[in-house]
Design a protein around this ligand. Structure first.
Ligand SMILES: CC(C)(COP(=O)(O)OP(=O)(O)OC[C@H]1O[C@@H](n2cnc3c(N)ncnc32)[C@H](O)[C@@H]1OP(=O)(O)O)[C@@H](O)C(=O)NCCC(=O)NCCS
Length: 178
């Protein structure tokens, strides 16, 4: 995709965005998580299957949190979702559950714009702070660090039959985020 990032609108997701969200998510997972999670999981994650899932999330209104898309004239090129922090370890904090930008548009400010939209939304919903969990080994952690996120927690679990380690980056004052 060759859209100039200034032609990209960041807005609340609509039902008709589900297909684009599924496409961006499948592409990003394969590009980002190969070698970090089992190939079988990546193979199962098809654009069609993910679109079906996101259609149900958008329709339900809150199942996957508040969903925003970055939308170019040719379609969805990024998306993000947010809501209350899910572990209960950071009471009163918000959480960004997903953040994905199409690989061909990395480095053009869309990740920051989506994050800003998420933080703005969380602030309006009464959350002064927010965090994001990122898989260890994903270079996105440096993106969060460069945007002021502070490492506040780590966790390990078993998912898809393998050990998974994640780190949480937090922004304690969303009103300071630019
Ligand atoms: C992480 C991601 C959302 C960043 O989006 P992006 O549109 O490429 O980032 P931006 O262009 O908005 O970058 C904003 C700033 O962060 C910096 N940055 C971006 N990615 C970075 C990285 N991997 N390491 C260090 N800095 C990074 C940019 O240089 C930029 O700094 P500047 O404003 O001083 O120039 C994107 O790379 C992505 O979708 N990755 C794959 C999916 C993923 O891992 N999502 C996160 C799951 S937890």
């Amino acid at each position: 995709m060759t859209a100039a990032s200034e032609a990209v609108a960041v807005r609340r997701a609509r039902l008709e965005d589900a297909e684009g969200i599924g496409r961006v998510q499948s592409e990003c997972w394969r590009a980002t998580y190969a070698g970090l999670i089992p190939d079988s999981v990546l193979v199962r994650m098809t654009p069609k299957r993910q679109a079906r899932l996101w259609r149900s999330y958008i329709r339900s209104g809150d199942l996957a949190g508040i969903i925003y898309v970055a939308c170019a004239p040719e379609g969805v090129v990024g998306f993000a979702s947010c809501g209350p922090e899910q572990t209960g370890r950071f009471p009163g904090s918000g959480e960004v559950y997903t953040l994905y930008v199409a690989e061909s548009l990395h480095g053009r400010g869309l990740g920051r714009r989506l994050l800003r939209a998420m933080f703005g939304r969380l602030r309006r919903d009464g959350f002064p702070s927010a965090l994001i969990w990122v898989l260890d080994g994903n270079p996105a952690r440096y993106f969060y660090e460069s945007l002021g996120g502070v490492l506040v927690a780590q966790r390990s679990s078993e998912q898809w039959g393998v050990a998974i380690s994640e780190s949480a980056y937090m922004w304690r004052s969303l009103s300071d985020f630019r």
